[in-house]
Ligand binder design. Structure first.
Ligand code: DGL
Length: 244
């Protein structure tokens, strides 16, 4: 079973980590569009166009499923990907909501969704959460985190300053959805501002979601990973060797 995992950059590695840990695939082909990251500040049509180009890339491999491990793509381009793909396609927003449902039965919980401008503008998290009965939802797009993470700054003064810029004065919610796959890489910094909030990300429920939705029930002894990037693949490989 072979998966193609796609993100604008390195963030999708946070989803790859969960996929490798749970051994759902014997091979993962990863593509990070590092030449054009960030996606989250771009408009809907651009994100759809980039996603369809990534789809063409994955058509060169005999994959069983393409996982858009990017919330901005999941927010805007999933329907177009599904309509044009010769294999199954999954996003990460539904798994993120599933992860929250698994952990938070209280429908009155205060939820803060952190995502890119594109993800928040799409309103997809908010819609799905409301459909599931949650009432108290706020959203914030700390888009500057994406270039900071791409720069490999997972701690330190730059990250701290950006975090303060977005988070100072924000009430601590019960739960925070890390609605951008780059954000789990800086979860320690986010927790400094919101020490009692539970942090949720899509990687947590992605395997459960894929098993349920696509009936992927086999597991494999190990998963091999091939990494591709539209620019500077060595940087992607370096970060993968640290994060995975
Ligand atoms: N990691 C992506 C996401 O989940 C994209 C971030 C970006 O490229 O702006 O939205």
């Amino acid at each position: 079973m072979r998966a193609g995992v796609y993100d604008s950059g390195i963030g999708g590695l946070t989803v790859v980590k969960s996929l490798i840990e749970q051994k759902l695939f014997d091979e993962i082909i990863y593509f990070g569009d590092t030449a054009r990251v960030p996606y989250g500040v771009k408009d809907k049509n651009t994100i759809i166009r980039y996603s369809l180009e990534a789809l063409e890339f994955f058509k060169n491999f005999d994959i069983d499923i393409m996982i858009a491990a990017c919330n901005s793509v999941s927010a805007y381009a999933i329907d177009e990907l599904k309509a044009n793909a010769p294999f199954k396609v999954s996003g990460v927003i539904e798994p993120g909501v599933m992860a929250l449902k698994n952990k938070i039965p209280n429908l009155d919980a205060n939820i803060l969704v952190l995502g890119t401008t594109a993800t928040i503008r799409s309103g997809k998290y908010e819609r799905l959460l409301k459909q599931n009965g949650y009432k108290n939802i706020n959203s914030l797009s700390p888009s500057l985190f994406v270039p900071v993470v791409e720069e490999g700054l997972f701690e330190g003064v730059v990250l701290e300053t950006v975090a303060r810029h977005y988070f100072e004065g924000i009430d601590e919610p019960d739960v925070i959805i890390l609605g951008c796959t780059h954000f789990p890489l800086i979860k320690d910094e986010i927790s400094k501002f919101f020490p009692s909030s539970l942090l949720i990300h899509s990687g947590e429920a992605v395997v459960e979601f894929l098993q349920k939705e696509f009936l992927l029930n086999q597991t494999f002894k190990q998963t091999s990973l091939k990494l591709f990037a539209s620019e500077n693949p060595d940087k992607l490989k370096k970060i993968a060797s640290v994060w995975l």
